[in-house]
Write a protein that binds this ligand. Sequence first.
Ligand SMILES: Cc1ncc(CO)c(N)n1
Length: 228
Amino acid sequence: MKFTDRIFEKYQSTWRKNHEHPFVKELGAGTLDSNKFRFYMIQDYLYLIDYSKLFALGAVKAPNLEVMTVFANLLYYTMNHEMALHRKYASRFGITEKELEEAKPSPVSLAYTHYMLAVAQNGSIAELAAAHFACAWSYWEIGCELAKIPGAKEHELYGDWVKMYSSEEFGQSAQWNLDLLNQLAEGKQESELLRLEEIFLNTTRFEYMFWDMAYHQQMWPTDEKVQL
Ligand SMILES: Cc1ncc(CO)c(N)n1
């Protein structure tokens, strides 16, 4: 059994919670408050900067050129294609690239990216792959699910988001993530597989918290409500 089949079976209900979050539902229906989306887009840009660093670390830790190439491709794709979507949205919202890059992460963004990067720094290459798998695959599934909703891809504001995450190119990058994790998990002892499962579960939970953070535009509870 492939490692990814095993984790999907085991954590199905936590996994599906992401698809059911009101942010995702309203994004698909086109009814999402644009301020929530704007908040999300800024935080997600910051998230993707750290996510790219994870791929860079993957290239450093790669056991061979084949795996190194996959990480280099993921790094390239994220920085040049996925983040271009955010830059385009930012300009629609009147936010400059500099403002976007210099925005401050919310507590949940910070916790999520720091968790991923700590796993990437301290863990094995398989643990690193387990840390980014949920992110990529979850967006791919959500993108495809939303793309089936009539009119979702044509929505004036959210259409580009739906098109990006249901696109063939994004699907290919998600597939690289999945194949890589299965390849790196192969032949591992049960104790190591359980550690990979735990990382998958934690990042799946963080994905939910990220939607929730954006939906409630949650910054530090001790600060005044200021937003870029
Ligand atoms: C929080 C988050 N997870 C996953 C992705 C997909 O790359 C993204 N853009 N943002």
